[in-house]
Ligand binder design. Sequence first.
Ligand code: ZN
Length: 442
Amino acid sequence: MTPSAFSPAVEALGQEMYQLASELFPICRSLTGAGVRQTLQTIGRLIPLRMHEVPSGTAVFDWTVPPEWNIRDAYVADARGHRVVDFNRHNLHVVNYSVPVRARMSRAELDAHLFSLPEKPDWIPYRTAYYERSWGFCLSHRQRLALPEGEYDVVIDSTLEPGHLSYGEYCLPGELPDEILISCHVCHPSLGNDNLSGIALATFLARHVATEPRRYSYRFLFIPGTIGSITWLARNQALVSRIKHGLVLTCVGDAGKPTYKRSRQGSAEIDRAVGHVLRHSGAPFEIQDFIPWGYDERQYCSPGFNLAVGCLMRTPNGRYPEYHTSADDLSLIGPRHLADSFATCAAVLAVLEGNHRCINLNPKCEPQLGRRGLYEAMATAQNARDPQMAMLWVLNLSDGSHSLLDIAERANIPFGLVREAADQLCQHNLLARLTESGEVSQ
Ligand code: ZN
């Protein structure tokens, strides 16, 4: 779907997603703590999210749930008491997960704890110290160069204590116990594309799915990156085999073209469904092979699980200069790009939902379509040839072994037309849908 082809409803959704991202932007999120809870509560006003709290120290595979981090204030003040770096001005100023500090030190001592980007002198970098008990401040390079010699008071009013790791989960039952997993991370502070765009899209996708008829059950996860998916997988091993398809959503709000990173399996149904939707979108896109780097797909696709979970992005992590800096703000993402990502996801889910196998009930030579009014039905369509070809392909390949996506791919026709042709043929008793086990469904 090209951006110009949006329905007004999808256009409006883009605005709503952007509004949610704007509301969540100021919150200082981290792996754990009050910022994550506040974020989940805000999402919980839009979808009935179930909150989970996992105690610090819980063993999750080879990892341990970390102590909970909370921060109230942090600053560097000069000798006159003037705050030269202030957490209240931007939450990226403090290295995320910094231990508490209250000290006076020289400019040189302070400098060992400062992080800036000489090549982007106006941007504040985003740094974390999750698993090393350290502290630091991030600031623009210009700001760093302007700090004169002298004594500085350094205060980080944080706590790093036994508490909980929080995550949110929303499950929507469908006809089947088989699940589609949608996962996004909620651990980045004031960053727009990497974090908030994925949260906004997952939230509004969940609302959309809730109003649609569903063959699949759905599970939406709002989790801190890496440790969150590891924790979820460790606590839900018995459920994991239900997950048939999945998407990690991140960096979905910028102006770049859609990028899809395949699952480790490489040609799973989700990989084929996303590829099909993007190929028929009429707009540029990119498809990448799986690599064990990126977001939570690394855990879902670890060999002990090997789930069919890919990652949908626009410009990937690390491939845009604003990535992990204060320039990845609300100006980098836009309602239209969020709407385009939403439309892509909704189209992918429609493929998965409608990807049945059918059986031709009149397989010996072509049935007479004209007698049944099926040629007329096709001729009124906007592009007469594709619907007609879709019908002939569906009849020809519905031998019980080809799915509708197989047929759409082989015919090079958009899935929606193939699905529509199959529905019409079913109505005229020329085709029957097969159940998962291969029986003719009633
Ligand atoms: Zn990130």
